[in-house]
Write a protein that binds this ligand. Structure first.
Ligand code: BTN
Length: 253
């Protein structure tokens, strides 16, 4: 903590050996009034969770399992943009610590090739006055070997160690993630989403590609043309129609 370069994010850090999920702890702390920028980190999560109620494998000491409480003064419909801002911050942090160049699959996966190294889960506490807190959950696979992943995900998951061939310093990576997250959230608050959208598209594995978008009711195939100012994915199907995708599983074809 002493080495943090940030002014706000990470000034309060709750570090735990173990918890069910840092998301649950962060929700609780946010409700109790924890300040903007509070960070919850655990060595081990027994019930790490991902998007769409999925389980997130969070083995002891091998990854970064953390949740960040932000209290931005923006309307609730802008919350998804923070997932994209966080993704850009993580890609830049990974690059700065390891030299590795990751890409972002809309909305929240950080990939090497087709394998996932990081997931982001943004949750919202809001009331009639707007956003009370955003809880940004970040899970980075850092030092896992292939055998450390559950058999079912070994072919779709990767870690920074597997990609770089070296052990990666988790402490340094946390510092860099918080540093870039602060820089980019400040940029966002000052200038809006437009400059972040350009950065995000620059790191995107999705834009310009043929994709399949699986949604709860239907599946669409087409070309991912871009994202809107609200972070909505724009998909052009073969009949020429442009569809706004708010939530889906994206498969690169
Ligand atoms: C996803 O890709 O579906 C999102 C995964 C998010 C995982 C992180 S690990 C820290 C935080 N606590 C959780 O239980 N989930 C998030």
């Amino acid at each position: 903590q002493a080495d943090l370069k940030t002014k706000k994010i990470g000034k309060r850090i709750e570090y735990m050996e173990q918890c069910a999920s840092t998301q649950i702890v962060a929700h609780q702390l946010a409700q109790e009034g924890a300040p903007d920028g509070t960070v919850v980190i655990a060595e081990l999560q027994t019930e790490g969770r991902g998007r769409l109620m999925r389980k997130w494998d969070s083995a002891k000491g091998q990854g970064i399992w953390m949740s960040i409480i932000l209290r931005p003064d923006v309307p609730p419909h802008k919350a998804p943009q923070f997932t994209l801002v966080a993704a850009v911050a993580i890609v830049r942090a990974i690059q700065s610590v390891t030299g590795l160049q990751a890409s972002i699959k809309w909305p929240n996966d950080i990939l090497f090739g087709t394998k996932k190294a990081t997931g982001i889960l943004t949750e919202l506490q809001s009331d009639a006055d707007g956003i009370q807190a955003l809880i940004i959950g970040i899970g980075v696979n850092v030092n896992q070997e292939r055998e450390d992943f559950d058999a079912g995900v070994q072919d779709i998951a990767t870690s920074l160690r597997l990609e770089s061939g070296e052990l990666v310093n988790r402490r340094e990576l946390v510092q860099e993630i918080l540093h870039f997250l602060e820089i980019y959230t400040e940029l966002y608050i000052e200038k809006g989403f437009a400059p972040l959208k350009i950065l995000w598209e620059g790191h995107s594995a999705t834009i310009g590609k043929a994709v399949r978008a699986r949604m709860s009711r239907e599946t669409l195939e087409g070309i991912a043309e871009g994202i809107t100012e609200d972070g909505v994915l724009q998909l052009r199907t073969a009949d020429g129609k442009l569809h706004g995708i708010y939530s889906a599983d994206i498969e690169l074809k």
